[in-house]
Design a protein around this ligand. Sequence first.
Ligand code: HEM
Length: 375
Amino acid sequence: MAATAKMATRALRATPMASTIRPAARRVAVPRQAFQRQARRGYASEAPKPSGGSNTALIGGLAAVAFAGLGYYTLGGNAESLKQGSAAQGQKGSATFSPSKEDYQKVYDFIAKKLVDEDDYDDGSYGPVLLRLGWHASGTYDKETGTGGSNGATMRFPPEGDHGANAGLVAARDFLEPVKQAFPWISYSDLWTLAASCAIQEMGGPDIHWRPGRQDRDVSYCTPDGRLPDGSKGNDHLRAIFHRMGFNDQDIVTLSGAHALGRCHTDRSGFEGPWTFSPITLTNDYYKLLLSEKWSHRKWAGPVQFQDNGSKTLMMLPTDMALVKDKAFRPVVERYAKDQDEFFTDFSRVITTLFELGVPFTTGEDARMVLKRTE
Ligand code: HEM
């Protein structure tokens, strides 16, 4: 990519715009090049691929289904990967290979380097879409039936990969495919949550306490459509979706703070634009902007979404606005707007729970690890 764009991206990373809510200051701080890049890049207007994932993933998945019939798949992702060959990078070449923290750190470092190297995407980073992949893999969990969740990585298969809510996530899955090739011993489901944790840390977020142990599953474990939230709805819908996963009202507000990152794409969700002026740096700006800006219905042909009256470049979904309208949600928004540390502490805890939903760990919580972020 162009050297200037790389420099812009680096400058953006080095300058977390945590307090950019005053219009004048904000206009100076806006990573304009990053936003303009979005407009001139072909990617955002490309139709998503019809399949649920890359061909490699799909073929792997179909093979997995075949193996499942032989009982092979019950070995789980990591054990299964071990059988696939022992010459992989990071693998010790032994049938009893059991990855250590050091091995997971190598995977982390590989992803972190890819994030820096491949910055010709959206606002300069795949970080937001990697986080969204980890969230959508996990957010299908249903506490009543114990189905769904991050165990399985079933979004590799068309039924789930093609669900409307997952549109565009093929970009994240394809980004991670070379990582899986380099470290075949890691399950896709561990890889996706590890990558999301890496993305959070590399985008300036809190330490994430991540634990391995997820097993890839076959297509029969795909969850039905409709388990992920619909941005066009309101507070009742948010409660129905997140309480089903086992979260409470406060957790809904905590997790929504991830919308400090990334953007909406018309060819994916139909909505358009970023929530904050620093979409590749995790801050509490989402909460600050929700409260400090005046938000009006955007006049356009697309679905109902809100636009800030100040710059008219930011957006909020109806579900985002529900957080300031609802009496129980709003005080939490106010607390996080005042105190980024409190948001970070809660976000780290709740996202750890999210990424562990539905996983039959054989280890305890003491197996959680914080992988070292890039200096
Ligand atoms: C509260 C209910 C939620 C709704 C209705 C919602 C809806 C959406 C929508 C419509 C998009 C735009 C997708 C696109 O067009 O590319 C999006 C993007 C995103 N969401 Fe959410 N989301 C919710 C919760 C969450 C949670 C819990 C997280 C993570 C913890 C999250 C992380 C993200 C990220 C990082 C993006 C940006 C992706 C990108 O830039 O490609 N969201 N969300």
